[in-house]
Each structure stands twice: as C-alpha cells, then as structure tokens.
Design a protein around this ligand. Sequence first.
Ligand SMILES: Cc1cc2nc3c(=O)[nH]c(=O)nc-3n(C[C@H](O)[C@H](O)[C@H](O)COP(=O)(O)OP(=O)(O)OC[C@H]3O[C@@H](n4cnc5c(N)ncnc54)[C@H](O)[C@@H]3O)c2cc1C
Length: 453
Amino acid sequence: MANYDYDLFVIGAGSGGVRAARTAAATGARVAVAEDRYLGGTCVNVGCVPKKLYSYAAHFHDAFEDSRGFGWTIPEAPQFDWATLRDNKIEEIKRLNGIYGRLLDGAGVKLINGRAKVVDTNAVEVNGERITAEKILVAVGGWPWTPEFEGSELTVNSNQVFDLDSFPRRFLVLGGGYIAVEFASIFNGLGADTHLIYRGELFLRGFDQEVREFTRDEMAKKGVNLHFETNIERIRRVEGGLEVTLTNGERLEVDAVLAATGRRPHLEGLGLEALGVQLDTDGTLKVNERFESSVPSILALGDVTGGPELTPVALAEAMHLVQHHFGDKTPPPLDYENIATAVFCHPNIGTVGLSEEEARARFDAIRVYSADFRPMKHTLSGSDERCLMKLVVDDASDRVVGAHMVGDEAGETIQGIAIAVRARLTKADFDATVGIHPTAAEEFVTMRSVTRR
Ligand SMILES: Cc1cc2nc3c(=O)[nH]c(=O)nc-3n(C[C@H](O)[C@H](O)[C@H](O)COP(=O)(O)OP(=O)(O)OC[C@H]3O[C@@H](n4cnc5c(N)ncnc54)[C@H](O)[C@@H]3O)c2cc1C
C-alpha cells in the first residue's frame, strides 16, 4: 500500500471542508486542510452570518416605527451608523474564525494557510510544498460572478458589500435570486433609497408563485423600488455617485451597485482539468453518491458540486462523505428532498417541500390551504404588513407535500414544519395538532377550508 502523508487532504476550510476534516479526524484518519482566505468559508465570512446580522440591523427600522402604537415615544429620530454595524460585524467574525481554528486544532487536523493546487491524483501543492494523500477533498465553494457591461467594474459583489467604506444612501441591486432580494431588504431597512433590477418577470424563480407575488407586494409596500423585465445597460461615474442607465431607458443615480448575479464554482487554477476531472454542464464538479469525482481519489462536496447551495447541505454532505470513506458502514443516500430554506428578505420567507406549481405537475390532484392575514402585532403597530401561510397537500394520500410562509420569523416557524413534511405527515395529522395560542404559527394547524383544488 502506498505511503501517503495524509489519509485525507481537504482543500477549503468552509462549511463542508471543516466539517469533513473534523469528522474524518474523529475516526482516527490523518487529516490536513488548506485554506487561503478565511476560516469558516463563505457562510461565516461573507454569507449567512454577516447577512443575518445585517438583516437584524435592518429590522430595527420597523421595530422603531411599530413601537409607537404600543405606547413608546422615541424623542429623536433614531440614527443609523454604518461603521458601528460593519466594525462590530468584523469583530464577531474574527471571534468565529478563532473558534473554527480551535475546532480544527482540537480535532487534530493540520491547518495549512495557503492556496492548494491538485498536482496528481494523490498529491497537492501548497506554498511550494508537495503533499500526498490517499484522498483529496475539493471543498472550495463558489465565487460571485458578474456579467460584463459598460461600467460593470463599478459594481461591488456580495463579498465586498459588507465592508463598504461608507453607507450608500442610494443603493441598487442587480439580480433576482435570494441573495439579491435579501440585500435589497437589508439596505432598504437600513435607510437607503433602494432599487432592485431584474431582467425576468418576477424575482425568486423556483419558489412558489404565490409566495413570489406576495413577497413582491410586501417589499414594495416597505419602499423597495422593484424594476422587472429590465437590465443595466451601462454605469457611469458622475459627480457625487453612479449613473445607471437601464435597458428600458430609465436612468437612476445611486451611490453603490451590488451585482448579485450568481455564483460559479471556484475551480480556477485548481489543476483539475489536467487530471481530466469531469464537470457537469453547469460547470459544477460531477460526483457520485459517495461524493467521488470521475477520478475516484478526488472527492468533492458543497457549492462546488451541483446540489442546493446551502450550508446545512454542505454539512450533511460532509457527514455522509466521511461515513462512506472512513466509517464502518455505508449510509443510505443523502435525501435532497424536503430541504427547508429561508430567505431573509423583509418579511422573511420560509419554505419546505414542493411549490404549488411543482405539486400540480407531480400529483393527479392537490389541495391548497392558505391564509393571508394581518398579524396580531400589527393591530396596534399600525403597520400594513401581512403574513402568508400555505400548505400544499397531495389529495390521494392526504400528505402535506409543501409548506410556505412569508412573515415574521418564517424560517423559525418552517424549521419545525419541515420535520412533519419530511416525516410524510398528513393534513389530518396537522389538523389533529393542538395549536399554540396566540401565535401566527398556529395557522398551520388551524387551516380547515380548501382554498383551491
Ligand atoms: C451572501 C450569501 C448569503 C448566504 N446565505 C446563506 C444562508 O442564509 N443560509 C445558507 O444555508 N447558506 C447561505 N449561503 C450559502 C453558503 O454560504 C454556502 O452554501 C456554503 O458556504 C458552502 O460551503 P462550502 O464548504 O461548499 O464552501 P465555502 O463555505 O465557500 O468554503 C470554501 C473555502 O475554500 C477556500 N478555497 C477556495 N479555493 C481554495 C484553494 N485553492 N486553496 C485553499 N482554499 C481554497 C475558500 O477561501 C473558502 O474558505 C449564502 C451565500 C452567500 C454568498
């Protein structure tokens, strides 16, 4: 048997890489991980964590407004200071980076700071040193992608937007995915005059249509300027800002433009082409159920492969991968159905399972139960924010195959519902569940009349 330096060499200390490294080391494997930017990867540094912190910051805007109806007077208009938020965020992330470092250290994983390149089926090169391993795990994640147009170099991407030097009083987001929608809500909530530009007819493609429309209306009510079916033609620097010309002829003057136009696998310069490692048509790394690429000693997981680009998916893949390659029994294939997700726009979206449209295509007959109501909190707050809750049921089996919510803390609510949907519970099970009163979530167990068939 060949004598390798390590049993597993992980490239990338992000969500998936760190989990795989630690879990493999716990089985007694000799593991090293290379990281060239920041411990914790996208999620900790420029993704989920800072995004959620900024989303909390933006929610205060509504909270100050809402408090009046409950008897509070705020003597002076609250002021928002971008530098405080940004710098406190930087400190928190430094703390998390430290925790990740200590987790790896405590697990006995060797951390190498540097950019790794795969130079052979069982060898990598980092900082000029060749290191061999029985298995190499490519956990390099993705990288923001911006289309080219006149002035596209004047945009910032999602890696940069968290650390802008000054707060953009006039902000424009290009894109229609969840990241675009979230940043539009965040900057709007923080007080920027915010525009979202999307070339399609409506943002959040792939989500339930009613959820998309409801979110559009709620975001517009909160003051986000939504421009659909148009694109950026050019951006020019002008006195005091950026002039953005849209393909529909409209012109906007703003202080910053965020291009949230998608992410691509971070494979450049990694050396995989030379080894003939196969890619899928979308440029992601093709892997089998055991997370092996077309070169079996080279494994991959997370955003660099074609699955849902979510941290909990990368973590689940890491646990599966380790069971396959370092465990004593073969796990069942990872189930990618019914993965719950949230979009932290304002109000939030929480969703699990099939959209109404997907369910119609998959089943002969479905029932839809929905509630569109003014949450109790807003009886006194005076806010006109509404909440949408929706269950999609397969008529033949009575199984709840989709649950969707747009409203306060929708992610928190849907996480619990996701267990029921994954456990294949029926509408009768939902109906038999006694609600928690007074909550918005109790609607999920009290919707009795069919909205549509
Ligand atoms: C703005 C934004 C918001 C998001 N919000 C959410 C959310 O709310 N919920 C959620 O579940 N997911 C969210 N995500 C997605 C989530 O961050 C990713 O799905 C997750 O981080 C993927 O993990 P990963 O291990 O595949 O890669 P990553 O976490 O991206 O880690 C890859 C690591 O590899 C390193 N690396 C790359 N190439 C090399 C090399 N050659 N040598 C050494 N190191 C290398 C990188 O520096 C990076 O640290 C968000 C993403 C973005 C961009």
